[in-house]
Unconditional design. Structure first.
Length: 487
């Protein structure tokens, strides 16, 4: 079990959670809600609690209460496929949900602030490995129920390492600028709860002026985002930053352009504040490295050194000697390395299967600092979320409409097709829905024929080069209304 509301680390009467309507809950109020939820989740055995919401109070309360009770928390979609595969004992639905999945019934929680459903049909599911704390989707889970199994030890160890690296204190407050169902977003919540700090619950787009006004009202001291968000920040955001209490900014989820990183560092340095560049993966409970802001100019382009307790090694390609600064796959040992993967409830009974994480990313170490130079074949990152291009391709394939999915521009997926252009647009929009990203992150390219290799396989190397040379979008193009923060 893990109690993220440890006594003695906060003043019970001070605000702990700020909501979108500008109201707030004290640490005492939050504690009472968590106590109520924990009692409702006391079923006498370790169970899976599936949270379908995101960045809302019931999800936050359900997460804290489930960990306190020693349960496993899954941040997975409420699809029939997922429910049938994992057979969760409890469901915490998204606020406003009126449909109750078949086989579940409401639990009397005694408060309208928390809706909880419990499985009512069939025998108890199989036992869950005692140390399994969290289930999160990753690259292989796009369109399938494959998830990462994170341990209590890993969640705690990674959170404490981040708290130490960022010097998070009870006086800090961070907004949910990233979805909680993503590892980076969940890590922001967990680390600040662990430190006794405050959480500003909001689902407003992170570059919207509505979000930034909320940051000012709530006295936010920390801001976390992926590269595409920082690319969107302009003069109005920076004017509000200067008025804010923000003293820490962090970036992870992909490579940030050096010019943008240096500009942000200079702005924060001028305020005697800090801008951290970090690197991580879901399979490592979010974060692996951190670049000390004082060293950023000297090591521009690096993602820093391992978090406390972590160790990085570079495994060169087969046949290449392990010389200093050689390029190869990044391997990681340390706090937060996952237990393993799961595809259904039966897999939750398995224990640790991974000690050293092969990240699938390519890089080199220079004087202990990690520089990421690329990604393993057929894996891409979109807004910080690792996706399998093969999985995406399978999702949109249709008879008579040949299609290939590639990624050459950081954070952008290309759908290359040679069939009906109207079908190609449908395929593009389907990926937008699946990924939940702004329109400019999924682009389509029509070709007369999809190139193939001599053995008739899709020639992804040629397609990637073609896609990269096409420069399919400019940063300011095709940004949905509200995404550029002008509201």
């Amino acid at each position: 079990m893990l109690d993220l509301l440890t006594e003695g680390r906060r003043n019970p009467g001070t605000p702990a959670v700020w909501l979108d309507d500008n109201s707030s809950l004290t640490h005492r109020d939050l504690g009472r809600l968590v106590d109520t939820a924990a009692r409702a989740l006391d079923g006498g055995r370790k169970s899976l609690v599936l949270c379908g919401g995101d960045r809302d109070l019931p999800t936050l309360v359900g997460y804290i209460a489930a960990l306190r009770q020693g349960h496993t928390v899954g941040f997975l979609p409420f699809t029939r496929e997922v429910i049938d595969a994992y057979r969760p004992e409890y469901l915490v639905p998204q606020p406003g949900t009126t449909t109750i999945p078949e086989g579940y019934a409401p639990v009397d929680t005694g408060t309208p602030d928390l809706t909880l459903l419990r499985r009512a049909d069939g025998p108890p599911a199989a036992d869950i490995f005692e140390d399994t704390a969290v289930l999160l989707g990753t690259s292989g889970s796009t369109g399938s129920p494959k998830v990462v199994r994170l341990s209590y030890e890993g969640v705690l160890g990674n959170a404490d390492a981040v708290v130490t690296a960022l010097d998070i204190t009870p006086e800090d407050r961070i907004a949910t600028t990233l979805p909680i169902r993503y590892a980076y977003g969940l890590s922001n919540v967990t680390t600040h709860l662990r430190a006794g700090a405050g959480i500003i619950l909001t689902s407003a787009p992170p570059a919207s002026l509505r979000l930034w006004r909320h940051l000012l009202r709530s006295g936010a001291t920390a801001f976390a985002a992926v590269p595409s968000t920082y690319e969107l920040l302009g003069n109005r955001h920076f004017a509000m930053l200067d008025q804010s209490a923000i003293r820490t900014m962090t970036q992870a989820g992909g490579r940030l352009r050096d010019a943008v990183a240096l500009d942000l560092w200079q702005r924060m340095e001028k305020r005697l504040n800090r801008f951290f560049i970090m690197y991580g993966q879901t399979e490592a409970t979010a974060r692996i490295t951190c670049l000390d802001p004082a060293l950023l100019p000297e090591h521009l382009g690096s993602v820093g050194t391992p978090l406390p307790g972590g160790q990085l090694t570079i495994v060169p390609a087969e046949g290449r000697p392990p010389v200093p600064e050689t390029e190869g796959e990044i391997h990681y040992r340390g706090p937060g390395v996952m237990l393993g993967y799961a595809r259904d409830h039966a897999d939750l009974s398995r224990g640790r299967e991974v000690d050293t994480l092969a990240t699938g990313d390519i890089g080199r170490l220079r004087n202990g600092f990690l520089y990421i130079t690329g990604r393993a074949k057929r894996i891409a990152k979109v807004l910080g979320f690792r996706v399998s291009l093969d999985d995406l391709e399978r999702l949109v394939e249709q008879p008579g409409s040949p299609v290939a999915v590639v990624s050459a521009h950081d954070q952008v997926v290309g759908v290359v097709g040679s069939g009906d252009p109207g079908v190609l647009e449908e395929q593009r929009r389907k990926l937008l829905d699946v990924l939940g990203v702004p329109s400019r992150h999924v682009v389509s390219v029509w070709m007369p024929d999809i190139p193939r290799t001599r053995n008739e396989k899709v020639d992804y190397a040629t397609l990637t080069r073609t896609f990269a040379g096409a420069q399919p979008y400019n940063l300011g193009d095709d940004v949905p209304e509200g995404r550029r923060g002008e509201r």
